[in-house]
Design a protein around this ligand. Structure first.
Ligand code: FES
Length: 149
């Protein structure tokens, strides 16, 4: 069946098509830029991980887990206890690494150092690494923010 009248002209159709394409292109460029400039800062209240993944850790070692959009460390101490830290430097939020030979956490951004307890001992970090509450409950390793019940 052929239509007698069109709702829009060929020029209007092409303008609409081009405008939609241009709009989609702009959104696809701006969305990552906006997410980069204004990253989501909301942290989880808690994460629950299978304890089995951490049970066989050697003393004086760390394992990384995801704490929202940031990395976290579960550290097994010499006495077999576990601690959890947010693995982000307290200076300018760079990621921190653990050096088992020196028993220290290190931030490569500005040469920041923390001891094995997360206490800031050298460089510009103004505060210790942020500790998280760690509870082992049956098969679960529950890691919580302070103040969360
Ligand atoms: S961000 Fe870690 S020392 Fe500056």
């Amino acid at each position: 069946m052929k239509l007698k009248y069109s709702l829009f002209t060929r020029r209007q159709f092409l303008n609409g098509l081009f405008g939609g394409w241009l709009g989609a292109l702009m959104v696809s460029f701006l969305y990552p830029v906006i997410k980069f400039v204004f990253p989501p800062t909301r942290e989880p209240d808690q994460v629950i991980l299978p304890f089995l993944d951490f049970k066989d850790m050697k003393p004086n070692s760390v394992k990384v887990f995801s704490w929202g959009s940031k990395p976290g460390f579960v550290k097994k101490n010499k006495n077999g206890s576990y601690w959890a830290f947010v693995a982000v430097c307290t200076h300018l939020d760079c990621n921190v690494t653990y050096i088992p030979e020196q028993r220290k956490f290190f931030c490569a951004c500005h040469d920041g150092w923390y001891d094995e307890n997360g206490t800031n001992i050298g460089g510009p970090p103004p505060r210790p690494l942020r500790r998280l509450i760690l509870i082992i409950e049956g098969e679960d390793l529950i890691i919580k923010r302070e103040g969360v019940k």
